[in-house]
Design a protein around this ligand. Structure first.
Ligand code: NA7
Length: 539
């Protein structure tokens, strides 16, 4: 053993929803588990995303753990869509209820992880100089957890405060009375912009890509509605394991009905609010002409809300089909652009030239700002995994292996990196479904796998290269059956200059994917190479 290294059966990186459930499950089975997290407490993305307006776009009764019936009955959600403070309180409650914090090392950032081929274990090093060893390493690092600041010339010379929505100071930020600039109009931008506009003296929104956003119509949860949902929780959870989130799916195509019926259906769903809107017809994600009908509906709504034709035109998305970038859910987003203290700058038409100490130069004009908010997104799906220097067999680096895009089997493991599991990683449905449904499934699959390894006396498991290649092709084919690859989205790494363009999440229904994962396990982990305890690992 490395001098002074802490030895466990499993080390889990990340103390968000995934890491906490992995800890609870594996520790409950008697494994020695340590969780490490760079944050000062539990929560993962919900620890860091404290920007005003941060809210989940999956309804609170569904965006919660299903593994403990008492927990799901006793926790009372207050709103249809929970805000960040409430979700963080829920996660903290879970940590206390299941006594999880005693196995977590906070303020601890893993910088490297190396597989020891002789002893068949992972050796991890943290920024703080801590050494950890474990038979298994579980990456619960989150799909959207490595924030990305824009690389605009001169940004470092700007003298005012700069805050990324995904790394918002815990003590909050007072921007009242200031001239604020905000870059980014994805989900985070669309949530933070209406809030900033209420407090800032003036808000300039720098928009690169207009996005489709659907009203949330958030509201307090009526006690009787909550009780009714909870009385059928088992059926709801079972259905969610099939379809992800309990949306109202349609068995009709957009052209199976008359234009008037189609319009009425869009209106009905718009008035109900939320992501359910995009499931109005069953061909909206696969047929461009069908998609045009729903996109036209939203553009007409934008024009109805924003009377200034030039501003409305800039806010209307034309460069991607609806739903091919993550659909946004808002409270008063488009209405914000009616306010006299808000200005929209379309940086596709008038690009940002550079920053200086007091603001931004746009098309030769200086926009003075006191503070900058970057809602500029993340190095999605692979960023947080590759931020750690991971070395597998023969010292091979994961960064090199994935240089042309991530390669996994089932999105859970990657060849050449034995006993390394990834939760909701690239090659699994991940961000395309309710994350907690995906997380619970992966933790269960990984736990079953570790139990199988123990019971059958195996030392290491990793995908075969052939099975991995087949899975990567399968994931590509699934994406290509949809309109998803048509957008320059973070789903395919388009937001990061130089990142290979590979559609990363697996665009299948979670129920289909679960059955695929189960079939692999049922066949003794078909497609994986298992090495028994007595045998040295083959190169
Ligand atoms: P997103 O969805 O990646 O949005 C980032 C936004 O920032 C998007 O509008 C980008 O435009 C914009 N952006 C990024 N870099 C720049 C530069 N350099 N200049 C101008 N605009 C830029 O991140 P979010 O945090 O909003 O949402 C991520 C997920 O978190 C969300 O789906 C929820 O699941 C939670 P682009 O579209 O790339 O042209």
């Amino acid at each position: 053993m490395t001098q002074g290294a802490h030895r466990d059966d499993v080390v889990v990186i990340g103390a968000g929803f995934a890491g906490l459930y992995a800890l609870h499950t594996l520790r409950g089975l008697g494994y020695r588990v340590t969780v490490v997290d760079a944050a000062a407490d539990v929560g993962g993305v919900w620890y860091w995303n404290r920007y005003p307006g941060a809210r989940c776009d999956v309804e609170s009764l569904q965006y919660s753990y299903s593994f403990d019936e008492q927990l799901e009955q006793e926790w009372q959600w207050t709103e249809r869509y929970a805000g960040q403070p409430e979700i963080l309180r829920y996660i903290q409650h879970v940590a206390e209820r299941f006594d999880l914090r005693r196995s977590i090392r906070f303020n601890t950032r893993v910088v490297s992880a190396e597989f020891d081929e002789v002893r068949h274990l992972w050796r991890l090093r943290t920024q703080e100089g801590l050494d950890l060893e474990a038979s298994y390493c579980v990456m619960a690092t989150g799909a959207l957890s490595l924030p990305r600041l824009p690389d605009i010339p001169g940004i470092e010379s700007f003298q005012g405060p700069v805050h990324h929505t995904g790394a918002w100071p815990a003590q909050g930020v007072d921007l009242s009375g200031l001239r604020v600039g905000v870059i980014g109009t994805g989900s985070s931008g669309i949530q933070v912009i209406p809030q900033l506009a209420q407090h800032a003296a003036h808000l300039t929104v720098f928009q690169r890509t207009a996005n489709f956003s659907i009203p949330a119509w958030n509201r307090p949860l009526a006690p009787q509605d909550q009780a009714a949902f909870k009385s059928a929780y088992r059926e709801h959870r079972a259905r969610a394991r099939e379809i992800g989130t309990l949306y109202e799916f349609s068995d009709k195509g957009a052209f199976d009905v008359t234009p008037m019926e189609r319009e009425r259906e869009f209106e009905r769903r718009w008035d109900k609010g939320g992501v359910n809107f995009v499931h109005a017809f069953n061909d909206l994600s696969t047929n461009k002409a069908a998609n045009d009908t729903i996109a036209d509906f939203v553009r007409a709504r934008i024009r109805r809300i924003v009377k200034d034709p030039a501003v409305a035109q800039s806010l209307c998305p034309y460069d991607h089909p609806l739903g091919t970038k993550r659909i946004c859910v808002d409270t008063g987003y488009y209405e914000t652009f009616i306010r006299p203290n808000v200005r929209l700058v379309d940086v596709k038409k008038t690009p940002i030239d550079r920053f200086d100490s007091s603001g931004v130069w746009v098309a030769g004009q200086h926009v003075k700002i006191d503070a900058l908010v970057c809602a500029t997104g993340y190095d999605a799906l692979t960023g947080a995994v590759l931020a750690i220097d991971i070395r597998g067999r023969a010292g091979s680096r994961l960064r090199d292996k994935w240089a042309q895009g991530p390669r996994t089997l089932l999105g859970i493991m990657t060849a050449g990196f034995p006993n390394l599991f990834i939760i909701t990683g690239a090659g699994s449905p991940s961000v395309l479904v309710n994350m907690i449904v995906g997380i619970e499934h992966h933790v269960q699959w990984i736990t079953d796998c570790i139990e199988y390894m123990k019971a059958s006396g195996q030392s290491t498991i990793e995908p075969s290269v052939q099975a991995e290649d087949r899975w990567v092709e399968h994931v590509n084919a699934a994406a290509n059956r949809t309109l998803l690859p048509l957008a320059n989205s973070w789903f395919l790494g388009a937001n990061i200059p130089g990142k290979p363009r590979v559609f990363m999440p697996y665009a299948a229904k979670i129920g289909v994917y679960r059955r695929e994962c189960q079939a692999v396990a049922d066949k003794g982990y078909e497609g994986f190479v298992l090495v028994p305890k007595t045998q040295p690992l083959q190169a």
